[in-house]
Design a protein around this ligand. Structure first.
Ligand code: UD1
Length: 418
């Protein structure tokens, strides 16, 4: 397993362009089996989650062509409704295949999905939604077997605006007979992108971005050539790194409103931020003051996927920050690693109290999940001396060329193959 060696203390200066959003590309890839025409997705990042999703598509019989960052999916010869357990264990987003494979084959069988170990992550809302559309579900021996002779539109009220459940219901509803209405739907920009993508294939979906989504089922979807939105979590990570280390960064490719909650906090921390269309420019002197409270919420609240990286920044901000994680139960495992670098963090359940220290020092730490791993890199860039971040497999799930992009900003970071 590879590791990063980081010599901290450098300020970061430069320009970056966002990769396409991981959390859009994954459901879009799943959606490719909804048509037997060719689906072309541009700007596909080279990250492990995407590679795993492409493996899954190959397993169900799709032909995949990769031309640099373009993925061309031809599912005209797709045959299988079953996703092998070894692949679903690697990737939680394999659960999206339920909605799309069901639509295509009237049956879908997957084992319980894996992904980052950041909490219980049940899929009851996904299954409830599918049942409302007429799907019969049998859960046995760790497998979920879904059968639907016919998918029929229905009204679905989600108890919680789950991103994945909203997406799965859209995928199952887009070709269902009649109209599906999702209330208390997730409002994330990635949902809007899925709507736009499916509508570009001939779907009739409206309302994404708001709490109610209306899907009028269509008989068929056609091929599409599509560029997904930029990755707000990737962009947020580089903004946080620059804010913490000091310097100036210009990032293109994500509308500022998609990460407004983070920008708001960073301004409160003392960063100067200028936005123009899809461009964000952040300047920081590296001496930040803490904000009192950061609470993760569904969009447009502060994203849980930014919580760890932002907490890393709080470690050296002047004052105390209270962080509350409302979405996932065990998303503070990185805190023990940050403590090895000299951070002062107390975690109790969903709350972390972070008292800013004057400086972090280099240490050998281990990445336990994707965003927690990114947080350790952010801390290592700020820390005095050398840090080693072990087990990059998690970070490689979500950041394309993380070290290359950070080096282009002036960071001293290199990957060592073990
Ligand atoms: C997606 C994102 C992930 C992000 C999360 C929250 C993708 C591929 N992943 O994950 O990066 O951290 O949104 O913004 O897009 N829940 C249930 N039952 C369900 C489904 C969810 O109780 O059936 C709960 C979860 O345990 C969690 C909350 O709902 O507490 C939010 O989860 P959800 O929005 O579904 O996250 P994901 O779609 O898994």
């Amino acid at each position: 397993m590879d590791k990063f060696m980081i010599d901290g203390g450098e300020r970061l200066y430069g320009k970056l362009t966002a990769q396409s959003a991981k959390n859009t590309v994954l459901p879009l890839l799943a959606a490719a089996v909804l048509t037997d025409e060719q689906v072309k997705i541009r700007g596909v990042p080279t990250i492990n989650d995407v590679e795993n999703m492409l493996h899954i598509l190959r397993e169900v019989g799709c032909k995949i062509e990769r031309q640099n960052d373009v993925a061309i999916i031809d599912s005209s010869n797709a045959v299988s409704h079953e996703i092998p357990a070894r692949l679903t264990k690697e990737l939680r987003s394999s659960v999206f295949m339920l909605g799309s494979v069901l639509t295509r084959f009237h049956r879908a069988k997957i084992s319980y999905p894996g992904g980052c170990d950041i909490g219980l992550r049940p899929i009851d809302l996904h299954l409830l939604g599918l049942k409302r559309l007429g799907v019969k579900i049998v859960e046995k021996d760790g497998f979920i077997d879904c059968i639907a002779e016919k998918l029929t539109g229905a009204e679905i009220l989600l108890d919680f605006p789950s991103v994945g459940a909203t997406e799965n219901i859209i995928l199952a509803g887009v070709k269902a007979e009649g109209t599906t209405v999702i209330r208390n739907a997730a409002k994330e920009p990635e949902i809007v992108d899925l709507q736009n993508f499916l509508n570009a294939m001939g779907g009739k979906i409206r309302g994404a971005g708001g709490g109610t989504i209306v899907i009028e089922g269509v008989k068929r979807l056609h091929g599409v050539d599509y560029r997904p939105i930029g990755d707000r979590i990737e962009v947020g990570t580089y903004l946080i790194a620059t804010a913490s280390c000091g310097g100036e960064i210009e990032i293109d490719g994500v509308p500022p409103e998609n990460i407004a909650a983070l920008l708001h906090k960073l301004r409160e921390n003392g960063c100067k931020i200028h936005t123009e269309n899809d461009k964000i420019v952040l300047r920081s002197d590296g001496r930040l003051k803490s904000v009192d409270l950061v609470e993760t919420m569904p969009f447009p609240g502060f994203p849980t996927d930014m919580q760890a990286q932002y907490s890393a920044l709080c470690c050296t901000a002047k004052g105390t920050t209270l962080v509350v994680e409302n979405l996932f139960e065990t998303r503070y495992r990185y805190a023990a690693e940050l403590k090895r670098m000299g951070a002062d963090i107390t975690v109790r359940g969903r709350t972390a109290m972070i008292r800013g220290v004057n400086a972090l020092h280099g240490a050998c730490v281990t990445a336990g999940d994707l965003r927690g791993g990114a947080a350790l890199v952010v801390a290592g860039l700020k820390a005095e001396g050398r840090s080693t971040v072990l087990d990059l497999s998690h970070i490689d799930r979500g950041y394309a060329d993380f070290e290359g992009k950070l080096r282009s900003l002036g960071a001293k970071i290199r990957r060592v193959k073990i």
